[in-house]
Each structure stands twice: as C-alpha cells, then as structure tokens.
Design a protein around this ligand. Structure first.
Ligand SMILES: Nc1ncnc2c1ncn2[C@@H]1O[C@H](COP(=O)(O)OP(=O)(O)OP(=O)(O)O)[C@@H](O)[C@H]1O
Ligand SMILES: [Mg+2]
Length: 370
C-alpha cells in the first residue's frame, strides 16, 4: 500500500532503551505543560524562555496530528488503523522537511500519551546503525515485558533516517519484526526508499510524504510570521515558498535567518542572505552563455558569482529550470542538459568549481558553433 502525505510533530529525536526511553519532552513546549502541578514559577519561566529561544523549526514543530499541514490522506488512514486496532508496521519515506518524523512522533504521542517514554524507542542516524543495534537495543526493547497498565497492546520502535542502516542490520531486522509483531510495531522512516531492502519494505505499509503543497505551507508560514512579529513583504513570502520547494524546514530556516539580518524580509534580502541566485541573474547568465565569447562569458559569470556570493551548484539547478523554458531546438537542449547534469555530478563529487564553470561555458560555445 502506498499513500501520500505530510505532517507533524515535535521534538528532538531521542535514543531510548528498553527500560528508559527518552521521549520527545512534552515539557519543552506549550502552555498545557504549564498546568503541570508542582512546578515552581522559576521553572515555568525557565521553560518559557527555553521554548522562546528554540530554533523555529523546533518551536513550531506540530505537537499533534491536528497541527500537521497537508497529507490529510495519510493521517486519516493511520487514524483509522489505530481506531480499528490494526496498526501495521509503517514505512514513511519522502524528501526532507515534509513531516515524516513529526508525524510518527505525533502518532506515538496520541497512542501513548504519558507513557510515551516507556512505550517508544526512537533511534536516528546519530545512533550506531549496525547489526549490534538490532541485536541489542531493538531486540531488548521489543522483547521487554509490560509492567504497567496500557490501553495500547503494543510498543513502537521508530527507526528514523533508516536509509543509513547497514544492509546486514536491515536483514537482521526482518526476523526481529516478524518475531515481535505481537508486542511491537515498527516505523521505518527514510528519504530514499530504494535504500531499504525489499524484504523490509514488504513487511510495512508504505506512506509517501511528498513535498508540501504551496497553499497550506503559506498559511502556516503566515501564522508563524504573525506570532514572531516579523515584517515579510508579499514578494518575500513568495520567495520563501519558491526557495523552500515544499520543505517546511527549509522555509522556516530561511525565514528565521533572514529575520536576524533584515528588518524587512523581502525578495532582495532573502536572496542576498541565502545566496541563492535570482531569476534576473540566471537570465543574465543565460544571455552571456548564449551570446558572448568564451572569455567575456567566463569573466562576467565569475564577477557576478563573486558579487552575489553564488555557488555553481545553485546556478546549475536554476539554469536547468530556466533553460527548459527557452526556445532551443531539441538536440541543442539535450546536449546542454546532459552537460549540466555532468557538471552537477562533478561538483557533488568534489570537482573544482572554476574548471566546471569553464566546462559549462565551453559546452554552450560548442553547441552554438555546431
Ligand atoms: N506537515 C507539516 N506540518 C507542519 N509543519 C511541518 C510539516 N512538515 C514539516 N514541518 C516543519 O518542518 C520541520 C521538519 O519536519 P520533520 O522533521 O517532520 O521532517 P522530515 O520529513 O522528518 O525531514 P527529514 O527527512 O529531513 O528527516 C518540523 O519541525 C516542522 O516545523
Ligand atoms: Mg525526519
């Protein structure tokens, strides 16, 4: 089963052991916590100050399933599975910042409430992901008995960023999942489902978290803008949405970092602060690439890169988007796009930027001369 979704929750992913799982602290956050009996005013003030100083991605991480934006189909499906008491093993996958971790944490909070820390084991990429973890931590947690009353008859093991697990560990996990299904559900979370071995995939119900749609992301950003009392112009908000590319974490990070350097967050300040190329810069570069001689195209692009602090990797990405809208014949377009992807690959594997820029300009010169 494949479903598409977005979502939720909050908190620092934590390690847990069978006896002492540290859950996303319900205490780091919201007003409801202030109702906790026995907390001194000092403690409450401290918690408030700690909450206020959190990075916005954590401060505004959805706390419950209802706080999540988009991916309603996934949350609805999972809610149904929970209420029918038929929750399967889960596999959440999709690009960064789309709510995979938040969603499973919100689900766990809904399932276990105050028992979260006892019923949930969270492991992420900062933990060792080899066979020993499967043998020790996961098996120990899955096989431990229930020593307290619980309305949910199974525990939950969240394997976040599971694409960094070794194949041997994944293979070992197959058997563990089957053996402990009665008492434990697994949720495997990753960006690249291809890195999860087929045998594990087939033991889980898959949910794909696509990039967050623009409309709900905009609504959420506006809420945060209002709460943080920052001054964002219309073109500023549009720029954040464009640069965010459906990744809420990226949107919030851009918003917060630009708010620290500029009183007014507009298109200009966003591009200046983040170092992404503006459309106008890309249009200029395309003009030079298509019309200037090699030496002046090279000089102009180097100067612009320096002036605006642009990276060739970002330029390549936007060039590709820009070029497909330009009226070029099919063969020329294919040759240029092939070279662009070669440059992108070379840069990703550590090639020299100036040489790659030279190669890119050369590629345009050659197709022009043909
Ligand atoms: N669907 C959503 N609704 C509301 N906020 C969201 C949503 N998705 C992501 N966010 C915001 O983005 C931040 C990152 O989300 P989260 O950690 O859940 O992403 P992820 O999909 O697990 O990303 P990664 O693949 O990089 O681990 C959250 O703290 C939250 O502020
Ligand atoms: Mg995550």
């Amino acid at each position: 089963m494949d479903v598409d979704m977005n979502t939720t929750t909050n908190a620092t992913a934590t390690n847990a052991t069978a006896t002492n799982a540290t859950a996303t602290p319900a205490t780091t956050s919201n007003n409801t916590d202030n109702a906790v009996v026995g907390k001194s005013q000092f403690q409450l003030d401290l918690e408030k100050r700690q909450f206020d100083s959190l990075p916005w991605v954590e401060k505004y991480r959805p706390k419950s399933i209802d706080d999540l934006i988009a991916h309603e189909d996934i949350t609805a499906t999972i809610n149904k599975l929970i209420s029918n008491n038929t929750l399967p093993h889960l596999l959440f996958y999709g690009p960064p910042g789309t709510g995979k971790t938040s969603t499973i944490q919100a689900i766990a909070r809904k399932l276990y409430g105050d028992n979260y820390s006892r019923m949930v084991l969270e492991l992420n990429a900062s933990d060792d992901r080899g066979i020993d973890v499967v043998r020790d931590q996961i098996k120990t947690f899955a096989s431990s008995m229930f020593f307290f009353k619980t309305s949910v008859p199974y525990k939950l093991i969240i394997l976040d960023e599971a694409d960094s697990m070794t194949n041997i560990a994944q293979t070992a996990l197959r058997r563990v999942i089957e053996k402990y299904t009665k008492t434990t559900r697994f949720c495997i979370v990753c960006n690249y489902v291809i890195k999860i071995i087929p045998a594990l995939q087939s033991r889980c119900t898959r949910f794909r978290f696509g990039p967050l749609p623009t409309a709900p992301t905009e609504v959420r950003l506006k809420e945060i803008i209002e709460k943080e009392k920052v001054n964002v112009t219309k073109d500023g908000l549009e720029s954040i949405l464009v640069l965010g590319e459906g990744d809420m974490r990226k949107c919030l990070n851009i918003l917060q970092s630009v708010s620290m350097t500029s009183k007014v967050i507009d298109k200009e300040s966003i591009y200046r602060c983040t170092g992404y190329p503006m459309q106008e810069d890309i249009a200029l570069m395309v003009d030079w690439l298509l019309n200037e001689e090699y030496a002046s195209a090279y000089k102009n692009i180097i100067d612009l890169k320096k002036k605006k602090g642009l990276s060739l990797t970002d330029i390549i990405k936007d060039l590709q988007i820009f070029l497909v809208q330009v009226d070029l014949d099919n063969k020329t377009m294919c040759r240029i796009l092939k070279d662009l992807s070669d440059v992108e690959y070379n840069l990703a594997t550590g090639a020299n930027e100036k040489l790659q820029l030279g190669f890119l300009i050369g590629s345009f010169q050659l197709v022009r001369d043909d």
